[in-house]
Design a protein around this ligand. Structure first.
Ligand SMILES: [Fe+2]
Length: 277
């Protein structure tokens, strides 16, 4: 355990039991956490913002969820290990990515292209640090880039899912609804539909990145999956498709019954709370 992590891990809204569960979960994750520190710079002061430690906290929550879901999906040990590691790492370069986007867009660059370039940079860092190709590939499957959404579609459309494919779907899905490091809110009726954390997270992203939420990604506007959907609508649609598939696998594996696939985020957290007690 890296000295200092428990002191800064202050996530509000979590019970002491869940907080301790998350901390125990990262006891053997020094190799991943070190990249958060350097070159990620997540624990260093950053002017008015304070620092970026909330990103490490978010990674902790994503990792605990990925670990719990992976167990229910009966992933083999090596794939589960890769999934846990990738979940801890998936945003280690977030500060650098956002800094690159800020500087690049001021200079007239395309935010999405710059963020994609930052992702490629982080891939090189992971390879240099000795992480496996599975971990690198898993880290590369999070986020709302059109390329990643289509990669998830390719996996879903394939006739058979290998354990590695399931791990990719699981990580993409979990990061797609994890809001900071908060526990999942229940799925509720809103008008004529039921919404869950997938919809809430994408709504929040659409408000935050309002320019991207105005139109479908130009190069994908004729794509049969994207059609007229904006990036965030497409991301939500893909997350819900993955949600259906994962819930089917959980049922086939004889797990506890879930009211409907829309309750999957709550179900995973209920299991974490139980395990933490
Ligand atoms: Fe994330």
């Amino acid at each position: 355990m890296i000295i200092g992590l428990p002191e800064f891990f202050q996530t509000s809204g979590l019970s002491p039991e869940v907080r301790n569960y998350l901390l125990l979960f990262v006891e053997d994750r020094d190799k991943e956490l070190l990249l958060h520190k350097d070159p990620g710079g997540l624990w260093e002061p950053d002017g008015k913002k304070g620092d970026w430690r909330n990103v490490t906290e978010h990674c902790l929550m994503v990792a605990a969820r990925a670990d719990m879901l992976g167990r229910f999906l009966n992933l083999p040990k090596d794939v589960q290990e890769g999934l846990d590691s990738a979940a801890m790492l998936h945003d280690f370069y977030k500060r650098r990515e956002i800094e690159m986007m800020k500087n690049g867009t001021i200079a007239g660059g395309d935010g999405l292209v710059i963020a994609w370039t930052a992702g490629k940079e982080s891939e090189k860092i992971l390879r240099r640090a000795g992480f496996s190709e599975l971990v690198i590939s898993l880290v590369g499957c999070v986020g709302g880039f059109p390329q990643i959404i289509l990669r998830m579609k390719e996996i879903l459309d394939a006739p058979d899912l290998k354990p590695e494919d399931v791990a990719h779907l699981a990580l993409h899905y979990i990061d797609g609804y994890t809001n900071g490091s908060s526990l999942a809110e229940p799925a509720v009726e809103e008008g004529d539909k039921i919404i869950n954390d997938v919809d809430r997270r994408n709504k929040k992203n659409a408000e935050r990145y309002s320019e991207l939420a105005k139109q479908s990604p130009p190069e994908y506007k004729d794509h049969p999956f994207f059609g007229k959907m904006t990036l965030f609508e497409a991301q939500a649609a893909m997350s819900h498709l993955i949600e259906v598939r994962i819930t089917e696998i959980l049922h086939d594996n004889g797990g506890r019954s879930i009211k409907s696939q829309l309750h999957l985020p709550e179900y995973i957290d209920e299991c974490i709370i139980e395990a933490a007690a």
